[in-house]
Design a protein around this ligand. Sequence first.
Ligand code: KIV
Length: 272
Amino acid sequence: MSATKKPVKRVTTQVLMDMKKNGEKIAMLTAYDFSMAKILDDAGIDVLLVGDSASNVMAGHETTVPITLDQMIYHAASVIRGVKRALVVVDLPFGSYQGNSTLALESAIRIMKESGAHAVKLEGGHEIIESVQRILSAGIPVMGHLGLTPQSIYKFGTYTVRAKDAAEAKILKSDAKLLEKTGCFSIVMEKIPAKLAKAVTKSLKIPTIGIGAGNSTDGQVLVTHDLMGITKEFHPRFLRRYLELYDEMLNATKSYIEDVKSSDFPNEKEQY
Ligand code: KIV
């Protein structure tokens, strides 16, 4: 059963635009593998993001910088196999689009052809607009990403809230307008003041998706492993945890170890 008001067979970029028009909030989560994607899709999630946060969550890297295009395609193809309804958006990883629009198009085409994904997401505004244009010219839907853009962590030096000062807020507003004008179907806004996110959301026809950007964006996104409490040590203010899976899985594993060591598992019913 869909969690949205009007159940749709398949979420498309047009459905998301209609949801904004109708004032229906968009629910988006990350997924990197088949099993998790299937659960989230069965629950009625609107958008699944194969985020480059896989670099942190799945591979244990400190930043999103190391993940490769091949690795993103592997994750995306796994997710696609678990999804019937959600729109699947895939992050173009660091180094696959910045400063080279030909490379950007090649990377986006590889993602679409080799994984079966429905759209790509790029971090940045005016500085990557040529790449956005070129990808769009091939008929590939593009989601923007402004505010805290983790691929630029070494430029920012910190994961703190972005666009708190007037100058950066002004650039973000004009980047949002530019991405819309260029043809993006949606924009993620990460870790910016709620007031600014509200103003940008009001100024655009395309839906905004917030993470740490307050309640006035057209939708919300979280990293699924954070929401489920698998990433135990990560607890930013914007995160709401719905489970404490780290502890539950730890305890289940301890019970299994105990059962094996004591020869309790397998019992007579669990053997042939
Ligand atoms: O990679 C990711 O998970 C993201 C979300 C935080 C928006 O880009």
